[in-house]
Design a protein around this ligand. Structure first.
Ligand code: URA
Length: 256
């Protein structure tokens, strides 16, 4: 039988996500989901092996070191982001637990993200935080990144050449983390991870897979609406859809 306290807590979290904001939020993490300790970024500067293209930590399983090496490589050489220097404040690599089971992938940094260097910290980010909290998780235990690592002018949708230039770094980031589940937030992330041109409205809520045969990776992907879309279309229907997608994610992670 289900633990009644957990059922009540889940009910409260669900209600809150649906807009009942007066309910107190008391979250502790579901026991059955792996909640690895957040790992502090490394201060050393690992190298990239020219032969394998792997960062130092990647080969020996040190994901924090591998991510840090990738960040340095990206910031020095990403064709999209380095060309934008001048029109951006800083690059936004992504953040969270290098060992996360769950990875969220958004579109591109906006104004607040560009100012702070952190993904999803503006209005859409607050909504994403609520969703993560309602799932009984925290920002520190998941990983959050974007298709583009620097803000497109006037927050416009990423152009294909921008995605082609910058997204290989996201893909490597994801290959280093190897999450158990990826949630793609909105069209650009979904199109990239599933290599499709089908729109998000048709794909959301249906499990798909990111496959990298060379690395033996097959990671389940749950496409859902972008939090910014949710904010613009804040209806019971869109909230129910996103919440149902997140319930499916929790089930897949073994948390329900
Ligand atoms: N929207 C995104 O897709 N990513 C962010 O980091 C912020 C807003």
């Amino acid at each position: 039988m289900s633990d009644p306290r957990r059922v009540l807590r889940q009910h409260a979290e669900t209600s809150r996500f649906f807009g009942v904001d007066f309910l107190p939020v008391t979250i502790d993490h579901p026991a059955s989901i792996d909640q690895p300790e957040p790992v502090a970024p490394q201060s050393t500067q690992p190298a990239i092996d020219a032969a394998t293209g792997m960062a130092d930590g990647e080969a020996d399983g040190d994901t924090a070191a591998a991510l840090e090496a990738l960040r340095r490589e990206h910031d020095a050489s990403c064709p999209h982001c380095t060309e934008q220097i001048g029109s951006i404040t800083q690059m936004v690599f992504g953040e969270g637990n290098p060992e996360a089971d769950l990875m969220f992938i958004g579109e591109a940094p906006g104004e607040e993200e560009d100012r702070t260097g952190r993904p999803f910290v503006g209005r859409a980010g607050k909504k994403l935080d609520e969703i993560i909290q309602a799932m009984g998780l925290s920002r520190e235990t998941v990983y959050i990144a974007n298709v583009l690592k620097s803000r497109p002018p006037n927050n416009r949708t990423p152009l294909q050449p921008e995605v082609d230039a910058c997204s290989p770094y996201l893909v490597r980031q994801m290959q280093i983390i190897q999450p158990k589940v990826i949630v793609t937030l909105g069209g650009p992330a979904t199109k990239l991870m599933l290599n499709t041109t089908v729109g998000i409205t048709r794909l959301r809520g249906q499990w798909a897979e990111y496959v990298d045969e060379a690395r033996g990776l097959a990671i389940p992907v749950m496409p859902t609406f972008h939090p910014a879309y949710l904010l613009r279309n804040y209806t019971p229907e869109t909230r129910r859809q996103v919440w149902s997608d997140m319930q499916a994610v929790l089930e897949r992670l073994g948390a329900r």
